[in-house]
Write a new protein. Structure first.
Length: 256
């Protein structure tokens, strides 16, 4: 969806949510918002989805204006997957001192209709949920009990697992604690999309990643808040270089 939210609006939003940032002059509400990320491998330009991820974009603008991202390494890069950055510690554990909620519409991603059995990428979630339900059903309360009662578990687990395969992906992820909104339109995780890294539901901070290819198994798990419009060859070069071998120099947010 074309971004119709002005940079000034998002900065006002960020001022209320994240005190201490500096506002910009008023600009046209019909303009689109971009972030130019200068790296030591070249420039990446991102169009930000202010309309459909307003809190996430406001947070990104706030941190960019505070120069939080300057000097950050691309600490986690995986070939044919993602380039991740946004952690000043370079360890993958850093955050800005707060966490905020996801902005995802599972229905606009089609997850309310997609069955888990048709989506092998969500397999780990099914396995964990089936194990948890099995443990609850058999009243298993410790790892020792789990090991000792393996025969009972092996008998109960398959039926539970097979029933879960009939769930929609939305139902599965909701069981994990993800909460979805119907007031926005979420973009699918395709090549060039920019999304928040997290450690589970509602655990966004500062870290984000750029998808190197289509990643449908991440739909519904991460807030997509922008897309690369120029510089995907730079992303590819960052990933080719390896973990911690590339860094952000500056981030500039602009409107056009």
């Amino acid at each position: 969806m074309i971004n119709k939210f002005s940079l000034a609006f998002l900065l006002t939003y960020a001022l209320s949510a994240y005190p201490g940032m500096t506002p910009e002059p008023e600009t046209s509400p019909e303009s689109e918002i971009y972030a130019d990320i200068e790296t030591d491998k070249g420039k990446i330009t991102i169009k930000l989805y202010g309309e459909n991820a307003p809190a996430t974009v406001a947070n990104f603008i706030n941190l960019a204006q505070k120069k939080y991202y300057d000097g950050n390494l691309f600490h986690r890069v995986i070939e044919d997957f993602v380039a991740q950055t946004g952690d000043p510690t370079g360890t993958g554990t850093g955050n800005p001192g707060y966490l905020f909620n996801d902005e995802i519409n599972a229905d606009s991603l089609g997850l309310h209709e997609l069955r888990v059995k048709e989506s092998p990428g969500y397999q780990p979630y099914i396995e964990k949920l089936a194990s948890a339900i099995t443990a609850r059903k058999l009243k298993i309360e410790s790892e020792e009990d789990w090991t000792a009662r393996k025969a009972e578990i092996d008998a109960a687990y398959p039926a539970i697992y097979n029933r879960l395969l009939e769930l929609t992906v939305k139902d599965l992820l909701t069981a994990y604690g993800y909460r979805y909104s119907k007031d926005i339109v979420s973009a699918k995780m395709t090549r060039g999309k920019v999304a928040m890294a997290n450690s589970g539901p509602d655990s966004n901070g500062s870290q984000f990643f750029i998808a190197q290819r289509d990643l449908p198994h991440l739909n519904g798990l991460h807030t997509v808040f922008g897309e690369v419009t120029e510089g995907m060859e730079v992303v590819d070069a960052i990933i080719a270089a390896g973990n911690g071998k590339s860094k952000i120099l500056t981030v500039t947010v602009r409107q056009q």
